[in-house]
Design a protein around this ligand. Sequence first.
Ligand SMILES: *Cc1c(COP(=O)(O)O)cnc(C)c1O
Length: 731
Amino acid sequence: MSDIAKIHYLPARIEGLRDLALNLWWRWDRDARTLLRVIDPALWSATRHNPVALLKQTEPARLAFLSENEEFLAGYDQVMTSFHAARETGGRWFGEAFPDLGERPVAYFCAEFGLHNSIPIYSGGLGVLAGDHCKSASDLGIPFVGVGLLYSRGYFDQRVNLDGWQENAAVEFDHANMPLERLAGPDGSYRLTTLRCGGRDVSIGAWRLLAGSTRLCLLDTDLEENHPDDRELTYTLYGGGGEYRLKQEWLLGVGGVRILRNLGVDPGAWHANEGHASFMMVERVREAVAAGTPLGEAVAQVRARTIFTTHTPVPAGHDVFSPDLMQAVCGDYHEGLGIDEPSFRAIGAHAGDTSGAFHMTGAAIRLARHVNGVSRLHGDVSQEIWKGMWPGREASHVPIGSVTNGVHLGSWMSHHFMGCLDQAFGPRWESVLQEPDAWDRVEDLSDEDVWRIHGRLKTALLAFCREQARRRWTVLGREASHLVGAGIFLSPEPLTIGFARRFATYKRGDLLFRDEERLRLLLTHSSRPVQLVFAGKAHPADDEGKRVLQRVWHATRDPRFAGRVAFVEDYDLHVAHRLVQGVDVWLNLPRVPKEASGTSGMKAALNGVPQISTVDGWWAEGFAGDNGWALPLVDGSPEEVDAADHRAVFEILEREVVPMYYERDRDGVPREWVRWMKQSIIVAGRFFTTGRMVRDYANRYYAPALRGERDGDDPPIMPEFVAEPVGRPVG
Ligand SMILES: *Cc1c(COP(=O)(O)O)cnc(C)c1O
């Protein structure tokens, strides 16, 4: 399947559109996006902003017309010039900061990547963060290769039945409408490497996905020569049980390293984003041992070039595999390391667990010199959780750092706001943003402009909700009663609160419903009404989470709430963009300290949407007093904490948020509210973008890893057979 052939016809003068459509760079370049949209605005919207589908479906006559239209061609030529620069080398920052380190790329392994809604190989925050990381690596000019799996049945599409119970529908996964290019070996075969997995040799192929100068390599086992069960290994993200999952992680880690070798990629630093990718480190140790390096030295070499980021303090987020499963899947792999099977598993031992199970996070902490959590608070919590690996040490001296997450500015800030910021930053944002106080210029924007842009985005969100409802009613044949809950009664005037995230119980999506009468009074106030818009999926195996969703769902159809509670089905990147840009306030209620970082509030803030949140994750750093509200921290049983947080959030809403929002001057502008909107943008822009985040990774971790530096090594407890030489600087 040659992807170049997917887009059949393009006039020669605008042939470059094909390459543009096949590189996700268009997604975060305003001019490229505008160029694609004007090709056919209605089709652009109908394809949910998918340029491959757009170019395939546009009438040839329209393309011919555009290829002779002066205005279109001027835009086209300008976009192609920036595109070529971005595609070849990305931005200039890394080259200027580290002129000696441009040779070898950073390899970035992750089980999911959320780059665009047309490529459903992500489930939520982790994947979206990984996608944003790849985009910023390109913007900063870091040589960067992403490695993941191509889940050809995706995650799942959400359907909520008449009783509010989430049912999972298969995703429409249409390779032909995705910017994917299948890689073939020199012999033309799709098999790029093989891996012993579960007692069989599994052939692995790969697809290339481009995001600016970043390349992603997505593994695929759906090859004809494979056993039917093995062909399914790359079907679904987080599907199946423990064995399926272990096989996927085995594939990602070991298979991923082998594929890179076969493609001739020679990374100088290796970053595992979450423990799913830990086997990548093990395989590199095996390679070194196979090349004759003693095991202890092999481990030291691998550690020096490895970065590991842990993403959750919730135990279920850390994979643990039993000895039986490990034996069944990994077979005699340990022989390549020159050790026996129990010793192999000891690489993933966890203090206090004597079962012989393999802890993916434990293995990663042993084999990575650079370990970090994703907010300051989460860094501290991770030190506490993993201190057992440095016996006798105080948590505060455990060498686990933190790099607070961010979001990709160009992907998440509405281009209407970016247009407005042009007034503050001029045409060359990149150089202005290097100045420490650049973001303060946002204060000088006109209140009227900021308020007007927000109004446009809010109207667009409501129109989007109605269109979704219409589509589900007509195309999917949903019952008319479903429409009430889908947001058709939402209107532009009321204060609109957004809450969108995975329905995990610790995120407390139903906290507002603890006192329905108080909520009803808030929502249906005659002059100062409030609306709630929810979205989010529950993990397919999480019935508790599904019950929370169900509670919200019932509220959307409860006449007492007068159509002021809506649930938008099928939360994905496309829905997320509209929500974070179009609501007035963002609500975030995780039980402290379960939310490692959280990122949706940052996306909202970049669009001038203040947040109400418990002081967890990024909000412990991001709350500045006039960019949102923080619930007071309380101690107590979960029930006591829920009750106190429920009281606090209502007090904040009733006494502060609602009055401020409705306080308008003669021009109808809520001046104080707009001031808070601007502060939200300033704080998020300055501290919570992946531009800042990836620069932190580069300065603190990638640079020393690319240099192979070992001094200052501070190793955790190692299995005896490798403990001895580790940590001694060699050479
Ligand atoms: C940003 C995002 C998330 C993560 O949001 P959190 O605040 O971390 O819960 C999940 N899903 C989608 C589609 C997103 O865009």
